[in-house]
Write a protein that binds this ligand. Structure first.
Ligand code: 3SK
Length: 517
């Protein structure tokens, strides 16, 4: 692999890589498409627009936008101009948005028509004045301070790319922890380059002739790599979808656009397999899929591959490392595990005293690699807990077997200690979902009357099975029969939906909060 150039403007780098593909389609969204030539022109014009609006190098703009062709134009146009886009989850409340507006001191907000009402509420709440609001899609012409992106882009002059360093701040993402305020994760131009060279090309294997579709949105680090960094680094075509990634919406894109690379999360893969109208494999064209966000249960991987004839590369990444650092590979798949470290990253499992744990023992996951974020913005204490010199503490517990395969054991703070022994909630959940009656499950530790912690399961049943004591007893017996008996859930609650983050991660802390009420 070649070295990352010291002087790098990642947007300008992508424009150079694709200079010979002006006619080729870079993006397809629900309303049309954008060629590589048009993308390059709009990126340069967007940078020009930022200059015309008075934005200066290193100032921040907030990007609260749906996945349409305007998203990469705004993100890359900002990088091109040396302005720092702060991309956030479109599902955040106005209170969260207001916090981020204040915390990032963004000078302008770029949003989509359907999101404008929440953005306006946030602007009213924020104790920080935003100078411009720019709207992609339907804008409200009656608002004097509001700018219509398409109109202004047409009129804008094209700017030259700003010469940035690879180590220079390029963009931020916000990472929502299980508690506390969201943290601003600061990334460089070089980090984008590294994720493409280390994972996108060699592991996911994105090629020029691919059509890529990511159900994970662009504002997630996972979606940003899948639907921007990797396909644009390879000269591929990307399908974007503004709507929520339901199984029906995803299947529509898989059938209509025939993507060859698909990226999802385990909950979505489970929903796709449970969907009534699952398309025949002859109607889709996936050659490889990726999964991240949480561990992919083995039976989902097996069933998906049986049906579609296509492997899912399960991996784990983080917003702090920008993308996947531990992954299965097309030539080395072991469903039920997260595979092995991606070459270019180093991974360690450490015990409570910082020593390395032996194979088969659970340890805290640490990662070292060139795509690590610089820090959490204005948060020294959290930065110090996570960014430890060359190493990043992920907050996940893992176990590595004698063959070097890593298996997820849960978040550090989700681990349950029963009778002095760690129980991985994920292990119990994965066992429960192997029962025919169970669609999804989440497991937490709950103290009994004597203060002793026992496992408690929250279970979503498949349609057709009614919750009752007999089903509860059957599920308990099923776990006892398949795992060490101390791990079986002493209590099972049946619920309609599990609380999850927007990326589909189970929020076990919410279940713990429910228990403590
Ligand atoms: O959740 C993950 O596994 C992940 C993967 C890639 C990039 C970012 C994240 C959080």
């Amino acid at each position: 692999m070649q070295a990352c150039p010291a002087q790098l403007n990642f947007a300008s780098h992508l424009m150079q890589v694709n200079a010979g593909r002006a006619e080729k389609t870079a993006y397809i969204d629900d309303t049309g498409s954008l060629s590589y030539g048009e993308l390059a022109q709009r990126v340069a014009k967007f940078a020009g627009l930022l200059h015309e609006m008075g934005l200066r190098r290193e100032e921040r703009i907030l990007l609260v936008m749906l996945d349409t062709v305007d998203w990469p134009v705004v993100f890359l146009g900002a990088l091109y101009a040396g302005v720092v886009p702060v991309a956030i989850n479109t599902l955040l409340t106005s209170q969260d948005q207001a916090y981020i507006m204040e915390h990032s001191r963004c000078q302008a907000v770029f949003t989509s028509g359907p999101l404008l009402a929440t953005v306006r509420e946030a602007l009213a709440l924020a104790r920080h004045e935003v100078r411009h609001v720019v709207v992609s899609g339907t804008a409200d012409a009656t608002q004097a301070d509001q700018i219509d992106l398409a109109t202004r882009l047409r009129k804008a002059g094209e700017a030259q790319a700003v010469q940035t360093q690879a180590d220079e701040v390029a963009f931020w993402l916000y990472s929502s922890g299980s508690t506390g305020q969201p943290k601003g994760v600061v990334h460089t131009h070089g980090n984008l380059w590294h994720t493409a060279e280390i994972y996108g090309k060699p592991i996911l294997g994105v090629r020029e002739d691919d059509i890529v579709f990511s159900a994970a949105k662009l504002f997630f680090a996972y979606g940003l790599g899948n639907a921007l960094t990797f396909p644009l680094s390879a000269g591929a075509t990307t399908v974007l979808m503004a709507e929520r990634p339901t199984p029906a919406a995803v299947y529509k894109r898989l059938v209509d656009h025939k993507p060859t690379v698909f990226c999802g999360v385990p909950t979505l893969y489970a929903g796709m397999l449970a969907h009534d109208d699952i398309p025949d494999r002859s109607l889709v064209a996936m050659r490889v899929c990726a999964s991240a966000g949480e561990a992919l249960p083995r039976n989902i991987g097996d069933r998906f591959t049986d049906h579609f004839g296509c492997l899912i590369l399960d991996g784990i990444g983080s917003t702090e490392m920008l993308h996947i650092f531990l992954s299965n590979r097309a030539d080395d798949i072991r469903y039920g595990t997260t595979g092995k470290p991606v070459p270019g990253y180093e991974v360690q499992l450490r015990d409570e005293n910082g020593g390395l744990v032996a194979p088969g023992a659970i340890g805290d996951l640490y990662i070292k690699g060139p795509s690590a974020a610089l820090m959490y913005w204005h948060n020294r204490s959290k930065s110090r807990e996570t960014f430890l010199g060359d190493w990043i503490k992920s907050g996940d517990k893992y176990v590595c077997d004698e063959d070097g395969y890593y298996t997820y054991s849960g978040r550090s703070d989700d681990m349950i200690k029963v009778s002095g022994q760690y129980v991985s909630p994920v292990e119990v959940e994965n066992t429960l979902v192997q029962h025919a009656a169970v669609l999804e499950a989440a497991v937490i530790g709950v103290a009994d009357g004597q203060g002793l912690v026992k496992t408690t399961a929250y279970v979503v049943l498949r349609s057709g099975t009614a919750p009752c004591e007999a089903v509860q007893a059957e599920l308990q017996a099923f776990v006892k029969a398949n795992l060490a008996p101390f791990k079986y859930p002493r209590t099972i609650h049946f619920i309609d939906d599990l609380p999850k983050t927007a990326t589909g991660k189970i929020q076990r802390f919410r279940l713990r909060q429910m228990e403590s009420l």
